[in-house]
Design a protein around this ligand. Structure first.
Ligand code: SF4
Length: 155
């Protein structure tokens, strides 16, 4: 993220453990614009809170993708319950028209489908490949070539 000089896959220097953002009132536009999917789905309980679940979710590409960004320190967090069966339900609902469910563990991507978890490989661009520092949104955009798109949100 250029506005805070944060390279990919590193902690923001403004983040304070147990306190959150150290510059919350003055945080840059990129941070204000980020929409955490957990905050927007009322029936997802506290277990889905990103610091408890071990991943953060966000909609991208105009609703055609749900990105699930997993903490690299716990790369299997998305396979725990109640998450995994819920992802499979969403994948089944969205199979024809809904968003593609993409799990990101660092640069590695897995697509969740009703029948399988497809390893898409190391498809996320590095900061060097992007030619600059970048945040989650930019990295997803930088890695999107070759992945198909769909158009309606998970519900
Ligand atoms: S909101 Fe932005 S500035 Fe604050 S800790 Fe998070 S990434 Fe850093």
């Amino acid at each position: 993220m250029e506005s805070i000089a944060k390279p990919l896959f590193t902690w923001c220097r403004h983040f304070k453990k147990s306190a959150g953002c150290g510059i919350y009132e003055e945080r840059p536009h990129d941070c204000r614009a980020f929409i955490c999917y957990w905050l927007h789905v009322p029936n997802l309980g506290d277990a889905w809170r990103p610091d408890r679940a071990g991943f953060v979710m966000h909609i991208a590409d105009g609703g055609s993708r749900l990105n699930i960004e997993v903490e690299p320190i716990n790369p299997q967090a998305w396979k725990a319950e109640p998450f995994y069966s819920t992802f499979k339900t969403w994948a089944a609902k969205g199979n024809q028209r809904g968003p593609m469910l993409l799990v990101w563990v660092g640069r590695r991507c897995f697509e969740i489908t009703p029948d399988a978890d497809i390893d898409r490989g190391m498809v996320r661009a590095t900061s060097r490949q992007l030619g600059r520092t970048a945040g989650v949104g930019a990295s997803v955009q930088g890695s999107s070539a070759g992945l198909r798109a769909r158009n309606s949100p998970v519900n």
